[in-house]
Design a binder for this molecule. Structure first.
Ligand code: PMP
Length: 403
């Protein structure tokens, strides 16, 4: 069903103090703007309730620990997992590195293979290259379909028992392509491989459920989910986490330390060395509450409608090439003929439209698309039809300027 977008259907702009009137913020795939409840939770976290966690016996610290662990429960409920399966990390990047070092680094051996796809973010490529080089494993790359999704038929044909790990983006940060994650998981498990999903762009856009996806590891970054930077989540099946050695050593991750021998805490503590990003965790809790109060089904429908309207409007401009599938989730990459994406973005900025231009940390995808960079508009809950109108007017101006 197509929603008419002559008004802001979610009407949430008032919740976002950092978006001034007339500014079309179309870079949510890079990072989302923060709603008042998240800003308030962070302000309260530092300004009223602050203390360390897991250490103090005084009441303030006990309360902060309670809030910290309540956030873990909240994330678990949001993802459909158990609290002990939620590891707080700095972001998706750290989550993937953790799995690469602690799971792949201890389970893979020379001759094993890792399967990635052409559209992966560098965060879901480089950590695997590092571990593959260390253990002597090889990396294979699933190509894209003609409409620029991860080609699961090709993946089915490529998988062999030598593949021990598959790591794929649930939603592409460049193309917005949504993976049939359950089919990917079934294919991976069919040859005995584990599967990690990079949920950075999925979690703010579509409801996810770990049991339904049947994946083994899932990562996302808080700042793309309307939460603070510096905090993210790794979800892993408990039995896998429990069999993994720690990532970093330090306070909090131990059971008992002597100079002769140290034993480690069970997950999640084992993977959370040092004082955590306490207020970041509290802010993430508020962000999840905020997103759930709107409802991911509504957010998804809203962003799909924005994508439809954008693609429709841009496809009428002869100079514009669109990338990605028609039903991309909240993200539209495009090129303007004869104009470098950086010039497109600069001219759009003069008209108060903020988009991203570049390789989007996906250089192999740029190579596959045969372009050095793309321009990318990405949507959030605060965007509406007026933002699309500003984008289209800006691109028309680009075309006029460059003739
Ligand atoms: N994967 C995808 C698909 C992303 O969009 C991003 C952020 N652009 C990342 C991984 C890395 O996230 P972060 O930089 O927050 O760790």
């Amino acid at each position: 069903m197509t929603t008419a977008l002559d008004t802001r259907p979610l009407d949430l702009l008032a919740d976002f103090p950092a978006i001034p009137a007339g500014w079309a913020y179309l870079d949510t795939a890079a990072t989302a703007q923060k709603p008042k409840p998240v800003i308030d939770a962070i302000t309260r976290g530092y300004g009223e309730t602050y203390a360390t966690v897991h250490r103090g016996v005084y009441q303030r610290s006990v309360d902060m620990t309670f809030a910290f662990e309540a956030a873990r429960e909240r994330v678990a409920k949001f993802l459909g997992g158990a609290a002990r399966e939620i590891i707080f990390v700095r972001g998706a990047t750290e989550g993937i590195n953790l799995v690469a070092q602690c799971w792949a680094g201890t389970h893979l051996k020379a001759g094993d293979r890792i399967l990635l796809s052409t559209l992966e973010h560098h965060s879901n490529i480089v950590p695997w290259q590092m571990v593959a080089e260390r253990v002597g494993a090889a990396i294979d790359v699933v190509p894209l379909t003609a409409d620029q999704r991860i080609d699961l038929d090709a993946m089915a044909a490529m998988l062999t028992p030598a593949h021990k790990l598959v790591a794929l983006a649930h939603v592409s940060n460049v193309l917005g392509s949504v993976l049939d994650a359950r089919r990917a998981a079934d294919l991976a498990h069919g040859v005995g491989a584990k599967i990690l999903l990079d949920g950075c762009q999925a979690v703010p856009r579509i409801a996810v459920d770990m049991a339904a996806l049947d994946c083994d590891f899932y990562v996302f970054s808080g700042h793309k989910l309307y939460g603070p930077t510096g905090i993210g989540v790794l979800w892993g099946r408990y039995e896998l986490l429990d069999a993994m050695p720690p990532y970093q050593g330090g306070g909090s991750m131990i059971d008992r330390v002597t100079f002769a021998r140290t034993t480690y805490a069970p997950p999640p503590g084992r993977f959370e060395a040092g004082t955590p990003h306490i207020v970041g965790v509290v802010g993430l809790h508020a962000a999840i509450d905020y997103v759930d109060s709107i409802g991911l089904d509504r957010i998804h429908a809203h962003e799909m409608a924005l994508v439809r309207q954008t693609r429709e409007a841009l496809s009428k401009l002869n100079s514009v090439t669109l990338f990605g599938p028609e039903d991309s989730a909240g993200i539209v990459s495009f090129a303007v003929e004869g104009v470098h994406p950086h010039d497109v973005a600069t001219i759009l900025d003069e008209g108060n439209v903020a988009i991203r231009a570049g390789h989007h940390c996906a250089q192999p995808l740029m190579d596959a698309l045969g372009v050095p960079a793309t321009a990318r508009a990405s949507f959030g809950v605060y965007n509406g039809a007026d933002d699309i109108a500003a984008l289209v007017a800006g691109i028309e101006r680009v075309t006029r300027i460059f003739g």
